[in-house]
Ligand binder design. Structure first.
Ligand SMILES: NC(=O)c1ccc[n+]([C@@H]2O[C@H](COP(=O)([O-])OP(=O)(O)OC[C@H]3O[C@@H](n4cnc5c(N)ncnc54)[C@H](OP(=O)(O)O)[C@@H]3O)[C@@H](O)[C@H]2O)c1
Length: 254
């Protein structure tokens, strides 16, 4: 299927590894120009070169999404691209602190950065051209039992889905679709499940077995869902939260 993404302009936060990198690669493979950001400059340079090698225009910025000023001024990628058709808010700061300060920090670093990205993107998204804003949430948003230290992570992910729905309602008339994708456990070298596999192998196996498919997912499987949702082929889908979790969550997804 031709996803009709050739020539589209996409920005992604955190595009140098894992799910964000797979999304950047898939978009480039479909002929979209891509801009990414991440904190580590070497990763940004390597990714931009790899994307360019696929024959598209690619740009990158080394910045921390928690730094509001750097984030706003570091988005020269939008200017370089000459506009934005697809904006993907992928980074999570994975807050683990506890207590009131921890909650404040979680809100500051793992929710407000998405609001900042959304406001910036919505002011640039090419209205009326099937523009798309997509958030990476998590099945942690729907789980009531989470591993220790992940309470704020799950709560911020739930807030993100609520925010996504509100934006979908208010921006649909301008031709902007807004969706979320909620991955289950996704394995890739250097990622969070790689660490768990090394340090808590029993938990790694138990979680794989909780999926109806008996395994972790891959970044590419999440990226395929994201890229489809952001393509004109998903033109009537907005306000949706798509789980990509191998049916790990045992409820009907209304
Ligand atoms: N992996 C999973 O199992 C899973 C499951 C459910 C949901 N998710 C969600 O999917 C998204 C991607 O997860 P992932 O596991 O692929 O990501 P990841 O391994 O945590 O990081 C992905 C990218 O984000 C960049 N990054 C991290 N912190 C940043 C910051 N403060 N500022 C700028 N860039 C930053 C990283 O580069 P640098 O380190 O160089 O900055 C990297 O390019 C997240 O929202 C996560 O919550 C993941």
């Amino acid at each position: 299927m031709d996803l009709e993404l050739k020539g589209k302009r996409a920005i992604i936060t955190g595009g140098t590894r894992g799910i964000g990198r797979a999304i950047a690669d898939r978009l480039a493979a479909e002929g979209a120009d891509v801009a990414i950001c991440a904190r580590t400059e070497a990763g940004v340079i390597e990714t931009v070169e790899a994307l360019k090698a696929q024959g598209v225009r690619a740009f990158g910025s080394a910045l921390d999404v928690r730094d509001a000023d750097a984030f706003r001024t570091g988005t020269s990628a939008v200017r370089d691209l000459g506009g934005v058709d697809i904006a993907i808010s992928n980074v999570s700061t994975r807050p683990t602190l506890e207590g009131e300060e921890g909650w404040r920090e979680a809100f500051d670093t793992d929710f407000l950065q998405h609001v900042r990205f959304a406001e910036l993107s919505l002011s640039k998204l090419a209205e009326g051209r099937d523009a798309n804003l997509l958030f990476l949430s998590s099945i942690a948003a729907t789980l009531t039992i989470l591993p220790p230290g992940e309470s704020a992570y799950g709560t911020m992910k739930a807030a993100l889905i609520s925010y996504m729905g509100q934006l979908a309602s208010t921006h649909g008339s301008k031709g902007v679709r807004v969706n979320a994708v909620s991955p289950g456990p996704i394995f890739f070298p250097g990622g969070v499940w790689d660490q768990i596999g090394k340090h808590q192998p029993d938990m790694f196996k138990r979680v794989a077995q909780m999926s109806a498919l008996g395994r972790h997912g891959t970044p590419e499987e999440v990226a395929d869902a994201v890229v489809f949702l952001c393509s004109p082929k998903a033109g009537y889908i907005t306000g949706a939260n798509l789980r990509v979790d191998g049916a790990m969550v045992k409820t009907v997804n209304h």
